[in-house]
Design a protein around this ligand. Structure first.
Ligand SMILES: C[S@@+](CC[C@H](N)C(=O)[O-])C[C@H]1O[C@@H](n2cnc3c(N)ncnc32)[C@H](O)[C@@H]1O
Ligand code: SF4
Length: 322
C-alpha cells in the first residue's frame, strides 16, 4: 500500500513541476538572448535587471493553491509525410480510415484559453502532428503568436520529423526565446534534417535534434482490451512514460495520453468519460476539473495498450500504406 502511495506521489511530482524549477526556467528564459550584447558589463547589468523584473512578475507562483502542468500536447494535423508503424499518435490509422483533419486555430486557442484559466502555468506546450509543416503556414504562424501571447506558457516546442523546410515567412514567428524547434532524427527518413538545421541556425531559431535513430521507441502492441484489474492498471500507469506526460488537447477535451485521445478519436475504443476532462469557459469549474485530472492514477484507455511495459523497438519503422 505504501509502495503504491509512493508511486502516486512520484507521478504527481512528474506532472506538477516544482515551483523552483519553473521560476528558474522563466527567469533564465528572457536573459538567454542577451549573449549577443558585446559589452560584458552592460550584459551583466541587463541580466540583473531582467532577473529582478521576472522574479517579481512571477512571485505569485509561490501562492499555496498554485497549479502548474509540466507539459501539454497540441495536435494540429493528422497528415504526415511518414507512415510509422509504431507512431504513438496513430497517424497511419487516420489514413486507413480516411479520417484526416487539420485543427481550427480559433477553436484551439479558445480551448487553450479555457485550460489556462484553470491553472497558473504550463512549463512546455508541444505543437505537433502528424507533420507540423504540412499545416497551413499562415495558420501555424497565427497559432504561434497566440501561444506566445500567453504569459502562463513558459516554453513552446514545435516537433517536426525533418522531412520539410518551412518558408522564410515563418522565421519571425519562430525566432522567439519561448520557442524551440525539435527535430526528430529518424536517420535517412529525416531526409531534410541537415538542411533544416542550417535553415534554423542561419535564422537564429533555437532548435534541438532528438536522436531517435539511436534511442529507439516504445512498443504499444495491439489496441485491444486486455481486461486488467484496476490495481494492475494503477501499477502500470505509474511506470508509463506516456500517461500524464503528453496530455493532449483534442477539441474541448483534455486527455492524459495521446494514445487514449487518438484511439477514441478514431473510434478504436469506446468513448469513456473517465479518459478526459472537459475544457469549459468557467474558470472555477475548470480549476476543479484540473484538480480531478491531476488526481487520476489510471484511465480506462490504459487497458488498451502495452506502452507502460516499456518494451523498446526501432524508431520510425515504415509500414505499407493501408
Ligand atoms: C507523434 S510524433 C509527431 C511529431 C513528428 N511527426 C515527429 O515524428 O517528430 C511526436 C513525438 O512522439 C515520438 N514517438 C512517436 N511514436 C513513439 C513511440 N512509439 N515511442 C516513443 N516515442 C514515440 C516521436 O518521435 C515524436 O518525438
Ligand atoms: S513522423 Fe512518424 S511518428 Fe511522427 S507523426 Fe508521422 S507517422 Fe507519427
Amino acid at each position: 500500500m505504501r509502495e503504491r502511495e509512493r508511486e502516486r506521489e512520484r507521478k504527481r511530482e512528474g506532472v506538477q513541476e516544482s515551483r523552483l524549477s519553473l521560476i528558474k526556467a522563466i527567469i533564465t528564459r528572457d536573459t538567454r538572448n542577451l549573449s549577443e550584447i558585446k559589452s560584458p558589463t552592460f550584459r551583466k547589468a541587463l541580466r540583473a535587471i531582467y532577473f529582478l523584473i521576472n522574479f517579481f512578475r512571477y512571485a505569485r507562483y509561490f501562492k499555496p493553491s498554485f497549479i502548474c502542468l509540466t507539459h501539454i500536447n497540441i495536435q494540429i494535423t493528422t497528415r504526415c509525410t511518414l507512415n510509422c508503424k509504431d507512431c504513438n499518435s496513430l497517424m497511419p490509422y487516420y489514413s486507413k480510415f480516411s479520417r484526416h483533419w487539420d485543427v481550427n486555430v480559433d477553436e484551439l486557442l479558445k480551448n487553450i484559453n479555457n485550460l489556462l484559466n484553470g491553472l497558473d502555468a504550463i512549463m512546455a506546450v508541444s505543437v505537433l502532428g502528424g507533420e507540423v509543416f504540412l499545416f497551413s503556414e499562415p495558420e501555424l504562424c497565427r497559432l504561434l503568436e497566440g501561444l506566445k501571447s500567453y504569459g502562463k506558457i513558459v516554453k513552446i516546442h514545435l516537433l517536426t520529423n525533418g522531412t520539410l523546410i518551412p518558408s522564410k515567412s515563418i522565421v519571425s514567428h519562430l525566432r522567439d526565446p519561448k520557442i524551440e524547434v525539435r527535430i526528430s532524427d529518424y536517420g535517412k527518413l529525416s531526409s531534410k534534417k541537415d538542411e533544416l538545421v542550417s535553415f534554423l541556425s542561419e535564422n537564429k531559431i533555437s532548435h534541438f535534434v532528438v536522436p531517435y535513430c539511436t534511442d529507439g521507441w516504445i512498443e504499444f502492441g495491439n489496441l485491444t482490451k486486455r481486461g486488467r484489474s484496476r490495481d494492475e492498471l494503477q501499477r502500470l500507469s505509474s511506470k508509463c512514460i506516456s500517461f500524464m506526460r503528453c496530455n493532449p488537447i483534442v477539441g474541448n477535451r483534455f486527455y492524459s495520453c495521446s494514445l487514449a485521445s487518438n484511439m477514441t478519436d478514431l473510434g478504436l475504443k469506446p468513448d469513456e468519460r473517465d479518459d478526459f476532462i472537459e475544457l469549459v469557459d468557467k474558470p472555477k469549474i475548470m480549476r476543479a476539473n484540473i484538480k480531478k485530472f491531476l488526481s487520476m492514477d489510471c484511465i480506462p484507455s490504459c487497458d488498451f495498450c502495452d506502452f507502460a511495459l516499456g518494451k523498446k523497438t526501432k524508431a520510425a519503422v515504415q509500414r505499407e500504406p493501408y
